[in-house]
Design a protein around this ligand. Structure first.
Ligand code: J2J
Length: 540
């Protein structure tokens, strides 16, 4: 079943070198379930469960999924917020040999429908209502648009024709437990890429490559059974999932505390109550925590490490965070496609504040090249390319796109502009990809432009990044109107109405009579966005 995601000779090499071990992701916590079943593994707003209970729930739900007719290899959309059921469902799907497709709670119908086209799922798992939004309706609308429909499984009170996750688990608990054998080098789950195109790209990861990245992250970050990890970023993101993330904390026998959001009001008391030792944050949250800790006196004495990644964290803010919170900062530069870099505990203060860390594995190959693909002089900035034992070789079912997203010899073109210091540390200087990084949430310019172009009074549109002191970047829709120019409110209502994640709705709207003339051909859109960004941000 399945087929290896990596060339056969590399599979052999990675095994021989001990990177790939043949273990499975759904078994990360199994050892502790046997040895210390009562040790607390997961805590969320409503419950606290031990390793033994976690394992029982995974087994029961896996049998329940099988009883529902979900078969090995089939894809299942998973859209749960940060709660115990997210982790249990993800593991249970993999235990049943099925393939979770990780969605964010923020995703709406347009994202779900586009992802469904790529992933061809058989089922959807989501909450009933979360943060005031009814996911049962969203799931129903999604299913209606898919020939044959989807099986809809709801964590909470289900809608008509939908099944309760709890009922699936209860049913499974009464059945014989079985672990479906899997090829650990083949597809285990699909992550969403930050995206640069109109249609989302899915990232295929295997048990072997992902577990290697988690295991190596655990070593570097020193996670052990005393680690208490606080998750405030959506657990479906690669960073809180695997760098070392909740998988790393469970692999080490630690405790994972799942919180609904990262506001200091919620997080600071949780840190004290649960004696949290580590938390992954994006830069805007790191800034918000620094600010909040200046004006209040939270007891953060248990907190040892704050990891910051997802977007550039500026050196000044890095120094301030450590002073005010009294913690060690770890910069993390990673991507769901693979490569993850960390600053290390023994790096000097300047390196921690001013670099985005160095690759975690000796098997990570990093190249910095010029526009022509030639290596730049050491220390010069250039396009970052990478390959290695946990960096994908291609997006899921995207042969055409893969021809440009990867080099002929299998390097992933990250779209980041970076320079490498003599010790191997990378400094991220910018990017060449058509993406806006809004405080760690990635926005594909083309995807939003496609929505804007659907407006009857939009003749042409480009989405560009504008600097923002808090989020790093926000998005500005530059619009050439057709007739009376639409107002910002109209654009916002229109884009929201098409069902997109809130972070993709343009922050600003700028009307222009026409676009500057740029070169013709394939790159003209990218050039146009660059030209418009330069006009909007003359000092940048
Ligand atoms: C500058 N840019 C950064 C950083 C990511 C760990 C940490 C982050 C991600 C992640 C991840 C950055 N400074 N410290 O998956 O495991 C930008 C780059 C990169 C893109 C990847 C992990 N850390 N970035 O952010 O797939 O542009 O993964 O290519 O969401 O975020 O985004 P994503």
């Amino acid at each position: 079943m399945g087929c290896s995601l990596w060339p056969a000779e590399l599979v052999g090499q990675y095994r021989d070198r001990g990177y790939w071990t043949g273990e499975r992701l759904d078994a990360v916590a199994a050892r502790f379930a046997r040895t210390v079943p009562d040790r607390i593994a997961l805590v969320d707003e409503t419950e606290r469960i031990g390793y033994g209970e976690l394992e029982r729930r995974i087994s029961a739900l896996a049998s329940g999924f099988a009883a529902q007719g979900i078969r090995p290899g089939e894809r299942v959309l998973l859209q749960l917020p940060n709660r115990v059921s997210f982790i249990v469902s993800a593991m249970a799907l993999m235990r049943a040999g099925a393939v979770p497709v990780y969605l964010l709670p923020a995703h709406r119908i347009s994202e779900l429908a586009a992802i469904a086209v790529q992933a061809a799922p058989v089922a959807y798992i989501g909450p009933a209502v979360h943060a005031g939004f009814d996911y049962r309706e969203l799931a129903g609308a999604l299913s209606q648009g898919i020939p044959g429909g989807l099986q809809l499984i709801i964590d909470g009170t289900p809608g008509e024709g939908q099944v309760a996750l709890e009922a699936v688990a209860r049913n499974g608990a009464a059945l014989a437990q079985q672990t479906v054998p899997v090829d650990t080098t083949a597809l285990a789950f699909l992550q969403l890429s930050g995206g640069t195109t109109g249609t989302p790209k899915l990232i295929p990861r295997s048990h072997d490559d992902y577990l290697y990245s988690v295991r190596r992250s655990v070593e570097i970050c020193g996670f052990d059974d005393e680690t208490v990890l606080l998750l405030v970023l959506p657990a479906a993101h690669n960073f809180p999932m695997s760098s070392p993330g909740f998988l790393g904390a469970l692999l080490a026998g630690g405790k994972v505390v799942l919180a609904g959001n990262g506001s200091p009001d919620l997080a600071f008391p949780l840190i004290e109550r649960e004696q949290v030792t580590c938390v992954p944050l994006v830069p805007p949250l790191a800034l918000a925590w620094t600010r909040a800790a200046r004006t209040s006196t939270p007891d953060l004495s248990s907190l040892e490490t704050v990891q910051v990644g997802g977007a550039k964290f500026l050196p000044g803010a890095a120094v301030e965070l450590q002073e005010v919170l009294g913690v060690q900062l770890q910069q993390v530069f990673g991507m769901a496609e693979g490569l993850v870099c960390y600053t290390r505990a023994d790096d000097d203060a300047v390196t921690v504040a001013q670099t985005q860390g160095r690759p975690m594995s000796e098997a990570d190959e990093v190249l910095i090249v010029d526009d022509a693909g030639q290596p730049v002089a050491p220390g010069d900035p250039g396009h970052l390319l990478t390959r290695g034992a946990y960096t994908i070789r291609g997006y899921y079912k995207a042969d055409e796109h893969n021809k440009t997203a990867f080099t002929a010899d299998g390097h992933y073109r990250t779209g980041d502009i970076a320079r490498q210091l003599p010790g191997g540390h990378l400094v991220v200087e910018g990017r060449s990809k058509d993406q806006i990084n809004r405080g760690g949430e990635k926005i594909s310019a083309e995807e939003v432009e496609d929505h804007l172009l659907a407006h009857p009074r939009v003749h042409d549109a480009a989405l560009v990044a504008v600097p923002d002191p808090f989020l790093g970047e926000i998005s500005c829709a530059v619009i050439v109107p057709d007739g009376v120019a639409p107002s910002r409110a109209e654009i916002v209502t229109f884009v929201r109405g098409r069902g997109v994640a809130a972070h993709k709705v343009p922050d600003r709207v700028h009307i222009v009579p026409d676009f500057p003339l740029t070169g013709v051909g394939k790159n003209s859109r990218a050039e146009l966005r660059r030209a418009l960004a330069a006009q909007l941000n003359p000092t940048a």
